[in-house]
Design a protein around this ligand. Structure first.
Ligand code: PSU
Ligand code: MN
Length: 300
């Protein structure tokens, strides 16, 4: 594993660090917006006092803290594999390029000693998961890996209540940031009431500390709703999601292609509006993630 010099330095000095994933770059957004967003997110983290560490796999070597040039490559290059936990040893052994999902980014962040990770949305239980068993490995990872993941909730392409049930079963601590409703990515309200509401980064850091002090296995999921001014119209986004789901069924899209296919189709249907929402919500998460990492670092 290669850890960038500035990240190594920050680790040594106990400075706040925020991990970032690369599947959102290679499979989650089109070029060049993907690269622009990845760099904007890194900037937002720096501006808010933390060190960003974008994670990916280059020629079989896991990289923690990719350079600008490497991020650019992840945005452009064709055929980069989407790598979840099961794929990690294969990509390393074959010396391939791999984009890390939430699950693999958590694994590598923890290995490097990074406690906070910012993304857009995490994977979850797909609609009809009762029949298809299509449940993201991200949920298993949250159950077993000690990293806090800041996201904008779970996308409405998924079955939200089922996803929350699975997270509960697996003992994943879920916190809702300044909202009594579970965030559903493109909008602020899924209609699902949340019990555990937090209002500051310090409160989140307190929960992380308590979970670690008690040696409770697994991650913490922070749901941070998209800012009101960037949130999409319920009817527009729900219509686009329904159409995209129908299209996926018609084209028999399955396995790990489902999430990238749905994201891309929704961007096409909304003529880029969903992409703009996506970009803003990740930046919003970066600001909160940096604040959590700072609060944790101050206690050390
Ligand atoms: N949600 C997004 N953008 C993304 C993803 C999810 O808004 O790019 C990616 C993340 O990397 C996540 C993965 O870990 O999709 C989940 O894929 P799957 O459903 O195949 O587990
Ligand atoms: Mn899946």
């Amino acid at each position: 594993m290669r850890i960038a010099e500035n990240v190594k330095e920050a680790l040594k000095n106990g400075l706040p660090i925020v991990a970032l994933e690369s599947t959102i770059i290679s499979h989650g957004m089109p070029y060049p917006k993907n690269v622009e967003t990845a760099l904007l997110v890194e900037e937002a983290i720096k501006k808010n006092g933390a060190v960003p560490a974008t994670i990916g796999i280059i020629d079989g070597e896991p990289i923690v803290g990719m350079s600008k040039e490497e991020i650019e490559q992840f945005g452009k290059r064709k055929g980069i594999k989407k790598v979840s936990r099961r794929d990690l040893p294969i990509v390393i052994a074959k010396k391939e390029w791999g984009a890390t999902t939430v699950a693999t980014t958590m694994i590598l962040a923890k290995k490097a000693g990074i406690e906070v990770f910012v993304t857009g949305g995490v994977g979850g239980a797909h609609r009809k998961a009762q029949q298809t068993f299509d449940i993201s490995a991200d949920l298993e990872e949250l159950a077993q890996t000690e990293v806090t993941v800041v996201c904008a909730g779970v996308k409405a392409i998924l079955d939200l209540p089922l996803t929350l049930e699975i997270l509960e079963t697996k003992g994943v601590t879920v916190l809702s940031y300044r909202s009594d409703e579970f965030a559903d990515f493109y909008t602020r309200h899924s209609g699902i009431k949340m019990e555990n509401i937090v209002n500051t980064a310090e409160e989140i850091a307190d929960v992380i500390k308590a979970k670690r002090a008690f040696d409770l296995k697994g991650g913490i999921l922070v749901a941070n709703p998209i800012p009101e001014k960037y949130a999409m119209d319920d009817n527009v986004i729900n219509g686009a999601i329904e159409t995209a789901l129908d299209e996926a069924e018609k084209q028999h899209v399955s396995g790990k292609d489902v999430t990238p296919f749905l994201l891309k189709t929704i961007v096409d249907i909304t003529k880029g509006e969903s992409l703009e929402a996506n970009i803003h919500l990740v930046i919003n998460n970066a600001i909160l993630g940096a604040a959590i990492a700072k609060s944790l670092a101050e206690r050390k």
